[in-house]
Every structure is written in structure tokens, then in C-alpha cells.
Design a protein around this ligand. Structure first.
Ligand code: PEP
Ligand code: MG
Length: 372
């Protein structure tokens, strides 16, 4: 076994010296970040923040989204701020010295709001007993009804939520900025980047970008030290890819969200790949492989190509990565290498494979053998 471990380490070392793609990991806890580092990740390409709003914090999220008064919402946001600061401080510490791309909240709303049917049943049951339903239940049900969506994955997600819930973006950015300031004071080397999800138009990004700069200026002033974070965007809607030139004017980096980009390009639900027609399509050869696993070069891949070309034409130093599941798929890694990306980001366990494949892709360019 020692021989094999040595051989793998040698192959990875060789891949690291030749590859042009950086390899980062998708991680959203300090534990995952530390694991990713052990597997050789050079930073976090996607730190999702959704899980940070679940569990005991759900109540605060309900308040924040459903509040009918500004005071109630501000109270919820004020309670979330120190919790978020701690979340980010832990991850920045685990990835000290390496980039950590933190994505602003991107929930499909139905996963965060209380269950509408359960609420309706509770209210109806109380009424049937001749009781007055709990005031909170009635209030929540009205709010949940108001916000109900038939297609949550095409609804109030990503940047859209940030634009309609006042104070949400500011709270997350303040937490990131304060965590950075704290680590700087402790002598660390925090490299947080702020990523905006589900952007479809440059204007969405310019509104958020302005907010980010305003909040970071306040944090810098309070900390007495400059705190700056690059602001970039996910490219995960066909419209974002097709208007990448204008979006790049507002973004310091792009990261392809190929999970959503595949879903929206094909019009297939990423949550229903178990559906019967999906396997029928595989059997009939409509797709050679699941487009959610291996990049679909003819469709999604062309959108990637357009976005890279337009983005770099508008901003030559634009950093470009990918953080969808495809970032750790061997065949897709070769595609991203050829497309000229700067990095792939994948789950910690797939980091070694991505490093190897990125090395093989680079060797193949030079015509050298890539003996495995
Ligand atoms: C994506 O859409 O590819 C992505 C990385 O974001 P998420 O999977 O969180 O939607
Ligand atoms: Mg996405």
C-alpha cells in the first residue's frame, strides 16, 4: 500500500507542476475547508451560505423574510450578524492565505419558509375546534401564502432575494467584512471574495456591488484598516452567459454554476434526474451522459465559451472558474482547461482527481504522454 500511496503522491506532484488550472474546493464549514486543504485545494471556490440559515436560526430567517415591520426585520438581521461573523471567521481561519469565495444567500424559498400545508392544517384544525388559531400561525400562513411560488427554483432565489429583502445583503457583507478585519487584527491573511448568485442582468450586480462597497467602507472606517473584497458573480443562467460583456463591467470574477446553467439551458429540473424520461433519454442516446455530470459541450459548453470570450474582452484580467458539480468531473475538467478557465472548484474528495486531470489536460496540450 505504501508503494501505491507514493505513486499517487508522485503523480499528483507531477500534475501540480504542469497544470494551468487551479483547483479549489466547495466547502462551507471550517472542517470541510481543512479537509479540502489536506486534499490539496488551493482555496474555496464556493462557500454556500444556505445551511447557515437553518436549524435554530430558522426562526430568525422567517422573521427576516416575512416580517411585516421594518423593526422586526432589523431585529432578526441584527441577531443573525454575529452568528454569520463567526461562521465566516472559522472558514477564513481554516483557509488562511488562500482565496475563499463566499456566496451570498441563495435559497429556493420553499426550503426556508414554514410548510404551507402544515400551517393551513393547524389553522383549520383550531377553527374546527372553535378555538382561535395561534396568532403567529395565522400571521405566518398569510405571509407564506403571499410568497407562495409554483416554481421556487425559478423564483425568489439568489440575487433576487437580496434585492427585495432590505438589509440582507448588507448583513452578510458586514459579517464578512468584520470577520476579515478580525483576522487581520490577529495577524492572519484572510482573502474573502464575495460572489453574487443567479444574476441574469448586469444591473442586478451593479446594485449589489454598490451596497457591498458602501458596507465595506463602513467596516473599514470602524476597524481603522482598509477591508476590501473582490466582488464577482455566478454565471448560471443562459442570459448571464449571453450578456457576459456587460456583466463583466461589474464583476471582478466569474464562476460558472453549471448545475443551474444545465438546468436552465436544457429546461430539465436538476432535482428530478430520477424521472423516467431522464433515463429514457440516456437509453435512447439523446444525451451521451447525464448533462448534470458531464458538461454538455454543444449547449452549456457553448454558453461557457461565449461568456469567457465576452467577459475577457470586456475585462482582460477577469478571473474565471467553475463551481458546479462538473468542476470535479474528469471529462469536464479537460473541457474547462481548453475553455481557458483559471480554476475549477469541486467537493473536497474530488480535489485529487481534478488535480490529476488538470495536469493531464496540460500535458496533452504539449503533446507529451500522459501515462497514468
Ligand atoms: C450551480 O448552480 O452550479 C452552483 C454551483 O450553485 P448551487 O448548486 O448551489 O445552485
Ligand atoms: Mg446555482
Amino acid at each position: 500500500a505504501g508503494g501505491l500511496v507514493d505513486a499517487v503522491a508522485r503523480a499528483l506532484g507531477r500534475a501540480d507542476t504542469v497544470r494551468r488550472l487551479e483547483v479549489r474546493a466547495n466547502a462551507d464549514t471550517p472542517e470541510d475547508a481543512a479537509r479540502a486543504r489536506r486534499f490539496g485545494a488551493r482555496g474555496i471556490g464556493l462557500c454556500r451560505t444556505e445551511h447557515m440559515f437553518l436549524g435554530e436560526r430558522r426562526k430568525l430567517v422567517e422573521e427576516m423574510i416575512l416580517a411585516d415591520s421594518r423593526t422586526a426585520r432589523d431585529r432578526a438581521l441584527a441577531a443573525l450578524l454575529p452568528l454569520q461573523r463567526q461562521d465566516f471567521a472559522g472558514i477564513l481561519e481554516a483557509m488562511d492565505g488562500l482565496p475563499v469565495t463566499i456566496r451570498l444567500l441563495d435559497p429556493p424559498l420553499h426550503e426556508f419558509l414554514p410548510d404551507r400545508t402544515a400551517l393551513a392544517v393547524r389553522v383549520a384544525a383550531a377553527e374546527a375546534r372553535g378555538d382561535l388559531p395561534a396568532a403567529r400561525d395565522t400571521q405566518l400562513l398569510a405571509a407564506v401564502n403571499r410568497m407562495h411560488e409554483e416554481n421556487p427554483m425559478l423564483g425568489l432565489r439568489g440575487v433576487r432575494l437580496g434585492l427585495v429583502v432590505p438589509g440582507l445583503v448588507a448583513m452578510q457583507v458586514r459579517a464578512i467584512g468584520e470577520a476579515v478585519a478580525e483576522r487581520l487584527r490577529a495577524g492572519g491573511d484572510p482573502r474573502a471574495e464575495i460572489m453574487v448568485p443567479l444574476v441574469g442582468d448586469a444591473r442586478e450586480l451593479s446594485i449589489v456591488g454598490e451596497e457591498v462597497r458602501r458596507v465595506l467602507a463602513e467596516v473599514s472606517e470602524a476597524a481603522g484598516t482598509p477591508v476590501g473584497c473582490p466582488v464577482g458573480t455566478m454565471i448560471e443562467l443562459p442570459r448571464a452567459a449571453l450578456t457576459a460583456g456587460r456583466i463583466a463591467a461589474e464583476a471582478e470574477f466569474f464562476s460558472f454554476g453549471t448545475n443551474d446553467l444545465t438546468q436552465t439551458t436544457w429546461g430539465f429540473s436538476r432535482d428530478d434526474v430520477e424521472a423516467e424520461f431522464f433515463s429514457a433519454y440516456l437509453d435512447k442516446g439523446v444525451f451521451p451522459a447525464s448533462p448534470f455530470e458531464t458538461i454538455d459541450r454543444d449547449g452549456v459548453g457553448r454558453l461557457v465559451g461565449i461568456a469567457v470570450a465576452e467577459g475577457r474582452a470586456a475585462r482582460p484580467d477577469l478571473k474565471i472558474g467553475v463551481c458546479g458539480e462538473h468542476g470535479g468531473d474528469p471529462d469536464s475538467v479537460h473541457f474547462f482547461h481548453a475553455a481557458g478557465l483559471d480554476y475549477v472548484s469541486c467537493s473536497p474528495f474530488r480535489v485529487p482527481v481534478a488535480r490529476l486531470e488538470a495536469g493531464r489536460a496540460a500535458l496533452r496540450d504539449t503533446g507529451a504522454s500522459d501515462s497514468r
